[in-house]
Ligand binder design. Structure first.
Ligand SMILES: Cc1ncc(COP(=O)(O)O)c(C=O)c1O
Length: 316
C-alpha cells in the first residue's frame, strides 16, 4: 500500500493528514494559485519555469507565501525524494503546488496558532493520469466549441494559474453533453480561439504553426517548449488571433499540456482535420519532445495503462 508524503504548511506529513480548512480562502473564493509539474525519468521537467509561473500567480493574487522560490524548489525536490521509493523505478510523477492566502480573517478565533497561507506540495504517480490517457495518443481527441467563453484578461488574467476554474468546468460539462470524449476549446469574448480547460492549442497550416496570441490564455510551459522545439526544427511559429475558420481549414490541430505533452485532434466541430490521424508536423514535434525529455512517453503511457488495474487494486 503506497504511503505518500506531502509537504503541508511547514511539515512533511502523510498524505491522509494534509487537510485544508473549511474556512480557507481557497474554498471561499477559489483564492489559490497552483502548479502542475511532471517528472520524466523521475526528474522534474522545467520545475523552475513552473515555479516562476507560480510566483507570478501569487503576485497577482497578492499572496506572500513566506517561502522564496529557491526554498520552494528545495521543498519540492525533497517531497519528490521522499515519495520515489513508493513506486517502481519506471514510474513518473505529477508534482502539485497549491498555495492559498489561508483561512479568512473572520474565522481567526478558530486558529489560535495564527493565520498563515496554506501551502501544499504533493506528488502522485502518473500511472493513473497517463494510463487513462494512453489510448488518446492513438485515437486523438475531438474538439468542440462550448457556449462557455474564456475569461478575458481585463476581467481575470488567465496568465495566473488559479483554482478559480468554474468556467473551465462549465466548458467541460457542455462539451460532454455534445458527445462522449469531446474536448472544449473556449473562445475569448472577441470570438477568437483561446485554449482548453487544461491545455493550449496549435494549428498547422502549410507547414507552419499557428497558436493563439498570449492575451487571453495561460502561458503553458508545454506551449513554450513546443515553440522552442519548432524553432530548432526550422518550423515557423505565429502567435495570432485564430477563429473557427482557421481551425476548420487547418492541416493539423494539436493540444499541449504538462501531463501528456501533446496530442493530435482528429476532428474540430465534427469535421475531420487532415486525414484524421497525427499529421507530419505533429509527428516531428512528438519525436523532438521524446528526444528532449529522454523518454518515449507514449510507450510509457501504454505500459501504465496495462498496469493500472493492478495498481488501483493495491490502493485502499
Ligand atoms: C487553462 C490552461 N491552459 C493551458 C495549460 C497548459 O499549461 P502547461 O503546458 O504549463 O501544463 C493548462 C495547464 O493546466 C491550463 O490549466
Amino acid at each position: 500500500m503506497p504511503h505518500r508524503t506531502v509537504y503541508f504548511n511547514g511539515r512533511f506529513v502523510p498524505e491522509t493528514e494534509a487537510r485544508v480548512s473549511i474556512f480557507d480562502s481557497a474554498l471561499m473564493y477559489g483564492d489559490m494559485a497552483f502548479e502542475m509539474t511532471r517528472t520524466y525519468a523521475r526528474r522534474p521537467f522545467k520545475l523552475r519555469e513552473h515555479l516562476h509561473r507560480l510566483y507570478g500567480s501569487l503576485r497577482l493574487l497578492e499572496i506572500d507565501c513566506g517561502l522564496s522560490l529557491a526554498e520552494m524548489e528545495r521543498i519540492t525536490l525533497e517531497t519528490l525524494e521522499l515519495n520515489l521509493p513508493g513506486e517502481a523505478a519506471d514510474v513518473d510523477w505529477q508534482i502539485m503546488h497549491d498555495v492559498s492566502r489561508g483561512p479568512l480573517d473572520v474565522y481567526r478565533t478558530a486558529f489560535p496558532e495564527g493565520l498563515r497561507p496554506t501551502i501544499s506540495v504533493n506528488c502522485w504517480p502518473l500511472i493513473t493520469h497517463m494510463g487513462g490517457f494512453a489510448p488518446k495518443y492513438a485515437s486523438g481527441v475531438h474538439l468542440v466549441i462550448p457556449a462557455q467563453q474564456a475569461l478575458p484578461a481585463h476581467l481575470v488574467d488567465p496568465k495566473a494559474k488559479t483554482r478559480s476554474r468554474l468556467h473551465y468546468q462549465m466548458a467541460n460539462l457542455q462539451a460532454a453533453r455534445m458527445g462522449a470524449g469531446r474536448w472544449p476549446v473556449l473562445l475569448d469574448p472577441d470570438g477568437f480561439l483561446a485554449e482548453g480547460p487544461g491545455w493550449n492549442l496549435f494549428l498547422v497550416k502549410d507547414g507552419e504553426l499557428l497558436t493563439p496570441e498570449p492575451r487571453n490564455i495561460l502561458l503553458g510551459v508545454s506551449r513554450a517548449t513546443t515553440i522552442e522545439l519548432a524553432g530548432k526544427l526550422g518550423i515557423r511559429v505565429h502567435e495570432v488571433n485564430l477563429g473557427r475558420y482557421e481551425a476548420l481549414c487547418a492541416d493539423e490541430i494539436f493540444c499541449t499540456a504538462t501531463t501528456y505533452a501533446l496530442v493530435h485532434a482528429t476532428t474540430f466541430e465534427g469535421q475531420p482535420i487532415g486525414n484524421g490521424g497525427p499529421g507530419p508536423i505533429f509527428c516531428r514535434l512528438l519525436d523532438a519532445w521524446k528526444q528532449l525529455v529522454g523518454i518515449d512517453f507514449v510507450v510509457q503511457a501504454r505500459s501504465y495503462a496495462e498496469r493500472l488495474p493492478a495498481w488501483e487494486s493495491q490502493t485502499p
